[in-house]
Design a protein around this ligand. Structure first.
Ligand code: DGL
Length: 276
């Protein structure tokens, strides 16, 4: 970053998915500065171990702090599920107690009370997010009487990253995972899209989900939650600079990031390469 006086809000994802969240941040908070960091050289994180996702996410957090961020949103469910708590509890007090790192799981879970009537909720996510049981645990904390059923969708991220959104093959796998989820619990009336890539498959997801079921993508929820956080934490809000700048960094090819990133961000993306 050229202007060292900037204190942008950092947004991290394993690759492209977090751009669906950043898009909403920029739409709702256009005056703030943002830095996006995608670890494309090492994604997807979905099938990786705890140790690996934690190590990679911590490197990204340290890098974004070095770049001037005081507040970082981990806009990746897999990294939020496997790394966020340890970073918040163990690393942040050592690095700098006044900086903050937030995730995407808690704000998504918080809205469930106003969405489901049957109190039966489905969660779609990467294998890593599902096996971590983070959604299950977080939902049970806030809503102990809810029934939660999860379904891992390991092929959805590769389909999105290969831009095969309208391929009959994509339809096949979207339908297969939704059918499995609803067969496991036919009373589900709300489904969390617990991966920031999945909003790109929303058309197909809607086609294969009965209309009585509410589908919950995360972009608007996480953006509203950031607005609320900044309002409740004036000390962080005051430290966040406001020149309306958005910078994109990737650990892999910038040409590829700019091409595919545009699909997720829905506006042109111009990235710089960075090493961790
Ligand atoms: N977008 C990430 C998430 O929300 C998953 C992508 C990956 O597997 O790296 O979980």
């Amino acid at each position: 970053m050229k202007d060292r006086s900037l204190n942008p809000i950092g947004v991290f994802d394993s690759g492209y998915g977090g751009l669906t969240i950043l898009k909403e941040f920029v739409r709702k908070l256009p005056e703030y500065d943002f830095i996006y960091l995608g670890d494309n050289a090492r994604n997807p994180y979905g099938g990786r171990s705890y140790e690996t996702v934690y190590a990679y996410t911590l490197e990204a957090v340290r890098k974004l702090f070095q770049m001037g961020c005081h507040l970082i949103i981990i806009a990746c469910n897999t990294a939020s599920a496997k790394a966020l708590r340890t970073i918040q509890q163990k690393n942040l007090p050592e690095i700098n107690d006044s900086r903050r790192v937030l995730g995407v799981i808690r704000p998504t879970v918080e809205i469930l009370g106003s969405v489901t009537r049957t109190k039966h909720v489905g969660v779609l996510g990467t294998a890593g997010t599902v096996s971590s049981n983070s959604y299950l645990l977080e939902i049970k904390k806030l809503f102990p009487d809810f029934t939660v059923t999860q379904e891992a969708c390991p092929l959805w991220v590769p389909l999105v990253e290969n831009n095969e959104l309208r391929n009959p093959g994509a339809d096949y796998f979207v339908r297969m995972n939704i059918d499995r989820l609803l067969a496991a619990d036919p009373d589900i009336d709300a489904i969390i899209l617990g991966c920031t890539h999945y909003p790109l498959l929303l058309d197909a997801i809607r086609r294969f989900t009965p209309p009585r079921i509410t589908i919950i993508p995360q972009d608007q929820i996480v953006a509203d939650s950031l607005i609320d956080y900044l309002r409740r934490h004036p000390e962080i809000n005051e430290r966040s600079s406001r020149n309306g700048s958005v910078s994109f960094y990737t650990t892999d090819s910038t040409a590829l990031f700019d091409e595919l990133g545009t699909l997720f961000f829905q506006k042109p993306v111009h990235s710089e390469k960075i090493s961790m």
